[in-house]
Design a protein around this ligand. Structure first.
Ligand code: CP
Ligand code: NVA
Length: 341
């Protein structure tokens, strides 16, 4: 069992210092912590492929999951991930708890901390996550907000590492909306040395404060010449895709923006990842999408079903990356996971 000492070693790296911490933003993690999560995620991936579930909590840990929006991947991977770790998860939909309507967000947090070991929440407003975090003594994990989607990006970095064998020095092109997934991607890529060319229609750029924060995390002076930055924000999707190692897109209309759908279809019509755009990228480029995909809008069938697509690897890696996050935030001891001997 060559991987066992490595799992134990990662869980006990003092430098990671993630026990009891919340994960609301990719900027909550430093480079060492991202690297530790990816290493642990890969070991858990290897164990999953062998259907080898040796991790068992001494007492079953529990995760409360709050959903203000629909989900397939986040719901299933957190719930099954907790079960595979010997624990349990309970999902709370909007009609059940009435977050902020039936009961205030702080009061919901003060209840959940009495029963659960961590909270994962998918919310409309990022400020709801901050309220949850500030009112409970257990870790709060962002399962998607209007601002960020860090669990997705940790799974994506694991996928890129698996497919490309490295992260540092790669070039990623983002085609489409300057949304929550892009925000976390910018903050994550900045820390692992992936340069990002973002192509969005005017009016749909990522938040300037996130771009500045990402440039700082990349070690750049955010006031320096933006043309010299590892992060380019442009409107020309062909220029962004040229020679890229990774093409990444997401839906034109994120959850909560449905009322803008018609205007968005007009604005984004040309921002489609199709065979012509893929052909501008490097010959061995991979195609990424967090899913769900709107086939025929932001991506064509031939690309999402094509040989360069890694979208279902990304979906699988949600499970592994999030199990690593859960283990580290819940601060498991070696004896708890049965790996100390
Ligand atoms: N990518 C992602 O978060 O998928 P769900 O919305 O289905 O959870
Ligand atoms: N940007 C999308 C991601 C879905 C996983 C949304 O927020 O709806």
């Amino acid at each position: 069992m060559q991987q066992r000492p490595a799992v134990e070693t990662i869980l006990h790296q003092d430098a990671l210092n993630l026990r009891g911490k919340s994960l609301l933003s990719m900027a909550d993690l430093n480079r060492e912590q991202i690297s530790g999560i990816l290493q642990l995620g890969q070991l858990l991936c290897d164990m999953h492929r062998r259907r080898e579930y040796t991790l068992r909590y001494a007492y079953p840990r529990s995760l409360a999951m709050i959903f203000e929006k629909p989900s397939l991947r986040t719901r299933v991977t957190f719930e099954l991930g907790m079960r595979q770790l010997g624990g349990a998860a309970v999902a709370l939909g909007p009609a059940e708890i009435g977050l902020g309507t039936r009961e205030s967000v702080p009061d919901v947090a003060r209840n959940l901390e009495r029963w659960a070991d961590a909270v994962m929440a998918r919310v409309h407003a990022h400020s709801t996550l901050i309220q949850l975090r500030d009112n409970c003594r257990i870790p709060v994990i962002n399962g998607l907000s209007d601002r960020e989607h860090p669990c997705q990006i940790l799974a994506d970095l694991l996928t890129i590492q698996q497919k490309k064998g490295r992260l540092q020095g790669l070039r990623l092109a983002w085609i489409g909306d300057g949304n929550n997934v892009l925000h976390s991607l910018l903050l994550g890529c900045a820390q692992v040395g992936i340069s990002v060319a973002v192509a969005c229609p005017k009016g749909y750029f990522p938040l300037e404060e996130i771009v500045r924060q990402a440039r700082q995390l990349a070690g750049e002076d955010p006031d320096a010449d933006p043309d010299a930055s590892a992060i380019q924000i442009i409107t020309d999707y062909n220029a962004a895709a040229e020679g890229a190692d990774i093409l990444y897109t997401d839906v034109w209309t994120s959850m909560g923006h449905e009322h803008e759908q018609l205007a968005r279809i007009q604005a984004f019509r040309a921002y489609q990842v199709n065979a012509a755009l893929m052909s501008r990228a490097a010959p061995d480029a991979i195609f990424m999408h967090c899913l769900p995909a709107h086939r025929g809008d932001e991506v064509t069938d031939e690309v999402v079903d094509g040989p360069q697509s890694v979208v279902f690897d990304q979906a699988e890696n949600r499970l592994h990356a999030q199990k690593a996050i859960l283990l580290l935030l819940m601060g498991m001891e070696a004896e708890d996971v049965g790996l100390s001997g």
